[in-house]
Design a protein around this ligand. Sequence first.
Ligand code: HEC
Length: 107
Amino acid sequence: MKFYTIVLSLVCLGLMSTSVQAAGDPVRGKDLAATCMGCHGVPSYTNAYPTYRVPRLGGQHTDYIVSALKAYMDKQRPHPTMHAQAATMTDQDMQDLAAYFSSFPAQ
Ligand code: HEC
């Protein structure tokens, strides 16, 4: 009896996570993006202070954003700031952030 309960809950969990991971959630992504906006804020695409240029994320493809974040996480892309940002993200965080940023119109 107990065994079936465990199997059932595992199956439910599995179903839930596949449906959640199918696509990023832009609403959750917007919450997660609050920190990013300090640097990747529109419209000037520069950090507030000190002033330096950052890449534009709005309208970027989701796959591109996710693979860039993974590259920062793995240090394939060497950038200490973005490594620090990406290091603590889950796959779902990346998907959600990408869904949010890609929802802006490309310019
Ligand atoms: C302290 C400033 C800062 C913060 C905060 C920040 N970024 Fe960045 N980000 C940068 C800079 C600078 C670069 C360019 C790095 C490089 O040259 O590789 C960058 C690059 C990127 C890129 C690659 C873009 C491209 O066109 O190659 C992505 C994707 C990205 N950031 C996403 C995020 C996300 C998502 C967050 C929030 C979780 C975030 N960043 C927070 C400064 C920041």
